[in-house]
Design a protein around this ligand. Structure first.
Ligand SMILES: [Zn+2]
Length: 94
């Protein structure tokens, strides 16, 4: 696969670990999209949250363009979506 930039390749390799990551997934309607995700812990770390000050363990936002080089992601990775998909990491909204 030809990556849009080395930064995207690097952050994709970090997906699912503590910190930032990028990956592709599918909406319930079957539309592919890219996600920029932040995880507060490594996988399977148990965290007890203070109910008065709740902690977000995972935050994410859908993105259309590479945050580092500006490439339109769905166009660039159209043929490689299956190898970028990490539906196991996606946190469905509401
Ligand atoms: Zn890029």
């Amino acid at each position: 696969m030809k990556w849009c930039c080395v930064q995207f390749e690097g952050w994709h390799s970090e997906a699912g670990r503590r910190g930032l990551g990028v990956f592709a997934t599918m909406s319930p309607e079957g539309q592919a999209f890219f996600v920029l995700q932040y995880r507060a812990t490594e996988p399977n770390v148990r965290v007890t949250s203070d109910p008065v000050s709740p902690v977000s363990l995972v935050s994410q936002v859908g993105i259309q363009f590479c945050p580092w080089c500006g490439t339109r992601l769905l166009d660039w990775y159209r043929k490689d979506l299956s190898s970028l998909e990490r539906p196991d990491l996606n946190v469905p909204l509401g």
